[in-house]
Design a binder for this molecule. Structure first.
Ligand SMILES: [Zn+2]
Length: 106
């Protein structure tokens, strides 16, 4: 994961965290207005057909005018979604640690 994006005030501007889509949607509806009709009826939904591993596509939906905006939850690299690549590398490290422990502990 990208630790280099931590600012002096400990606010992270990039990287991955687990977020409950319902809580994200609630926060959005309380703090953001639709740029088309300026109402405060926005919500976030996951497009389950676009989920790949830990990455997915989220849709911001306005309940009043029906406008939608979509964004990916991970950057895309030539080898696929960045979050999936990073989590696989973490898994590979853990697997090697487990093999080492199995080898060293009788
Ligand atoms: Zn709207």
């Amino acid at each position: 994961m990208q630790q280099s994006n931590i600012c002096e005030d400990n606010m992270l501007k990039s990287g991955y965290v687990l977020v409950d889509v319902e809580l994200l949607s609630e926060a959005l509806s309380q703090q953001t207005k639709c740029k088309y009709c300026e109402c405060d009826s926005l919500s976030i939904e996951e497009d389950m057909k676009k989920r790949k591993g830990l990455a997915t596509s989220l849709v911001i939906v306005c309940a009043v005018c029906g406008k939608e905006g979509t964004f990916q939850t991970s950057k895309v690299t030539p080898s696929g979604y960045e979050v999936n690549k990073d989590s696989y590398m973490g898994y590979a490290v853990l697997e090697n640690v487990t093999l080492l422990v199995d080898y060293c502990v009788p």
